[in-house]
Design a protein around this ligand. Sequence first.
Ligand SMILES: Cc1ncc(COP(=O)(O)O)c(C=O)c1O
Length: 483
Amino acid sequence: MGSEGEHVLTMDTLNPNVIELQYAVRGPIVARATEIENEIKTGTKKPFAKVVKANIGDCHATGQKPLTFIRQVIALCTYPELLKSSEFEEDAKERSRKIMAACKGQSIGSYTDSCGLMVIREDVAEYIAQRDGYPSNPADIVLSTGASDGIKSVMTLLLTGGKGKDVAGFLIPIPQYPLYSAAISEFGAYPIPYYLNEKTKWSLEVSELERALADAKPHCKPRAIVVINPGNPTGAVLSKENIKEIIKFARRHGLFLMADEVYQHNIWAEGAKFFSFKQVLQEMGAPYNKMELASFMSASKGFMGECGYRGGYAEVINLQPEVRAEYYKSISAKLCPPVSGQTVIDCIVKPPKSGEPSYQKFMAEKAEVLSKLKEKAKFVTELFNSIEGISCNEVMGAMYAFPRIYLPEKAIKAAEAAGQTPDSFYCFALLEETGICTVPGSGFREEPGTYHFRTTILPQMDELKTVLNNFKTFHLNFLEKYK
Ligand SMILES: Cc1ncc(COP(=O)(O)O)c(C=O)c1O
């Protein structure tokens, strides 16, 4: 033990991978937004009444309402005395009884198996089978603490334990969701960035995958390719043809497929359709249908937006049985994901059926959330494209816009002088002047020499209109100031 004032952990002794790790969605700009909120509370005058957190895909935080059926089932599981109440629908009661019956001691306060309750894994498998038209095995379903935890658990399996050029490499899209770069830093793994093509609606081109892989091969052992579909932050939705090409690429190079499909319910563009990697892989037949694939889903997105419950699952197919046993073992040390989160997943994958008491309301509430998001996706795309110095690909899916900002040379110089990236400089100025909190594109990585920011499309429409009006004024003033 060190003497008083001495620390075991200093910036010199702290795990360097932790220092390296960055997670922009909750980075310094968000810390400043929280400070501003406190300043407003303590009476500091600002040119705006409140901070609008457009930095994170946290649906309920921006006013989205929870679905009644989901909350009734959770309430009943949490406090079974409510089963006596006539306020709750019979199908919600039945569902809660089924879940509690599967829990040890009939309580959601007990640990479940590490992979989650088997009754819920079975419901997930049934959902996937119906969605894709191909069978799904409940033993391949692993419930997780949000998708984040499921993703990191699978990445852990792929680490090599080697050093230098023997470390595991992960192909990740650029721009990417920063969970991937953060996990790669934490694990001391090697990022293999492949660039999505902004000029063609953020398309994913196999020639670019080949380039990225060839460049990385001298530096690491490439192990997996991560694909986010629909994309965060890009909003792009992949076609079936494109998915086939990616699968063939992965097979050619012996890569494990990781498909992040948490936005599978969030498709907005006319003609766009969600295809799961699992479905396409099955459709392609042998030898592709024997490839290892992990696909991820979450309770946090879609129409439910239940981020705080931390529900998610992975379907991991075609693992060797011995490897699957090691996978289960590796997650057993985490005990289990929250049972309330598992319950949310069950309600999503097995919603009330036609004729059941909660059906009408469930469908109406789901449709309302999705139609509002669709309207906002269109509105945001059109608005950004109407502003000088900005271009924005269509928000085809997911919950974000990732507009490109064309910054004047003087602004880039001013950013350099302030020790910031130009897009951070821009986003900080936006926050200070309007209260709008976004994430600089550099947090997702971006092609050198290009600048972006990410905003969610989640604020309610009235607020979104005001926010974007304020944004427009800010942007034009910014261009004027640095022209
Ligand atoms: C692409 C993507 N994957 C995974 C996640 C993690 O979601 P959660 O851990 O809340 O399920 C997110 C969250 O925003 C995301 O955007």
